[in-house]
Design a protein around this ligand. Structure first.
Ligand code: 4NP
Length: 157
């Protein structure tokens, strides 16, 4: 099983969106018993909360399920349990690297690193800006690139 964890700050806007979008792609390709998906936040403010209304609305418009998603905080075990720890922006990436220290962990990368030739490497935080549609387009592109990378690297099809 290849295990993927998406990480943002609050785990209510971007990373649950990525979790839902990626799980949907994985399911459409019949890979749900080969790739496991989860998400978490570096912060603890929203632990136990469902995804933000903006994330739910955009997922509804794209008919993607977010059933059962609840915010949780990333922990040390996650860093060794997951093969791919996928940060949304440079802030999340820095927090994850700080937590990891010199320990052996899964691969820690930013989502947009998986989009070939992307000029933008950070998925912007829609919590204040409200740009959930723009964020969705970026998340969908990043998830597509991530899935192609995993399929190739792990010889899945
Ligand atoms: P997220 O967005 O990291 O994409 O879930 C945020 C959610 C909550 C807060 C900040 C960003 N907050 O400050 O509570």
């Amino acid at each position: 099983m290849v295990k993927v964890l998406f990480v943002c700050l609050g785990n209510i806007c971007r990373s649950p969106m990525a979790e839902a979008v990626f799980r949907d792609m994985v399911k459409r390709e019949g890979l749900e018993d080969k790739i496991a998906v989860d998400s978490a936040g570096t912060g603890s403010w929203h632990v136990g909360d469902p995804p933000h209304r903006g994330t739910r609305d955009v997922l509804d418009r794209h008919q993607i399920s977010y059933e059962g998603l609840k915010a949780r905080q990333v922990n040390q075990q996650d860093l060794s349990n997951f093969d791919y720890i996928v940060a949304m922006d440079a802030g999340n990436l820095g927090e994850l690297r700080k937590m990891a220290g010199f320990k052996k962990t899964g691969e820690i990368r930013r989502l947009m690193d998986f989009v070939p030739n992307s000029d933008i490497l950070d998925v912007p935080d829609p919590y204040y800006a409200g740009n959930f549609d723009e964020v969705y387009e970026m998340v969908a592109k990043g998830c597509r690139g991530l899935l192609e990378t995993i399929k190739q690297k792990h010889h899945l099809s």
